[in-house]
Unconditional design. Sequence first.
Length: 287
Amino acid sequence: MTTAPHLLEGTGPILLLDNSQNLNEPDVLYAFALDELLCRLTGRGGLAICHIWRHPRAFVMGVRDSRLPNALESEQQLRDLGYDTATRHSGGAAVPLDPGVVNLSLILPLGDQPNHQNFHQDFEIMVLLIREALKDTGYTVDTGEIAGAFCPGAFDLSIDGRKFCGIAQRRQNKSFIIQAFIIAEGSGAERARLVRRFYDKAAAQADPADYPTVHPESTASLEELADLGPDAVSVFTNAIKKVIREWQTAMDPAEITSAASKLQLPSPEEIRDMAHSLRQRYKRESH
């Protein structure tokens, strides 16, 4: 059993919001909009939240991706293939989403540190959560940018040199969101090939420094890397929930129950309004 790490001291209870079984929402920005609204609530004295979600078929770009010379044409090709597309409000580069990808959002308060700038410590919270969830597999989860992986970053998570997870962050005045995508099931290489095809068209004539060079062999799923089997999504999601519940054991159960009862989720109308706002904001930036 693990207890809540010192990195989380002062956050209060972390509540679980599991939307991983809801694959009916076509707009990929719906989940990002929900995170945005929950982050505002957390910043106003609300609760820390671990939001777990998936999407049926989407391609989410970073802001720099959306500004590539032929991004609009490449995006339209993806939409013609049935992908919902959007530009996300957190950092990072292009990422494909599907039912085999688990998305984690840790929504945490800044507390009494409004000028808090320890980005590395914030990323370490997500790293610790995922490592704890996978520790029973016996595989070592490494941190560090993986050359040739899509959405590259210093906090790429990998096993045996192949990336399965990327982490980004979104900050508000009094709270922040650490977002991770975890490739749980299926072929990591196939997803990487999709991203490479996007850049092949979107980045034609662009400065090579403006986009990542993607090599399919750099990426794999937990099903491929950690022997989680064909139900890797369920295995991994349950492991994440187990870790969060173990972190909660140091807290008074009555406090957790009380906190959960006070959580008022934004209405679907509020979430859709925010999703529309995010789409319009980044649509303006990308044109």
